[in-house]
Design a protein around this ligand. Structure first.
Ligand code: SF4
Ligand code: SF4
Length: 58
């Protein structure tokens, strides 16, 4: 299982990237962000932070 950002739902608000403890989320403001699954430690902080339900686990 990994965490992914659904680009169609991501508003590029940067909230998740600022919360991620290992810097696994990158992206430009107002552009869809992406999660580096190799860096992600699956803590779940990003899902809790995203107000737009853009982050999924699968
Ligand atoms: S918190 Fe959600 S909407 Fe904001 S950048 Fe992250 S995935 Fe995109
Ligand atoms: S689950 Fe945790 S480590 Fe993985 S991208 Fe989200 S905030 Fe970062």
């Amino acid at each position: 299982m990994n965490y992914y950002i659904v680009p169609e739902n991501c508003r590029g608000c940067t909230a998740c990237a600022r919360k991620c403890p290992v810097g696994a989320i990158s992206g430009t403001v107002k552009e869809p962000h992406t999660i580096d699954t190799a860096k992600c430690i699956k803590c779940g902080a990003c899902i809790e932070t995203c107000k737009f339900n853009a982050i999924i686990k699968k």
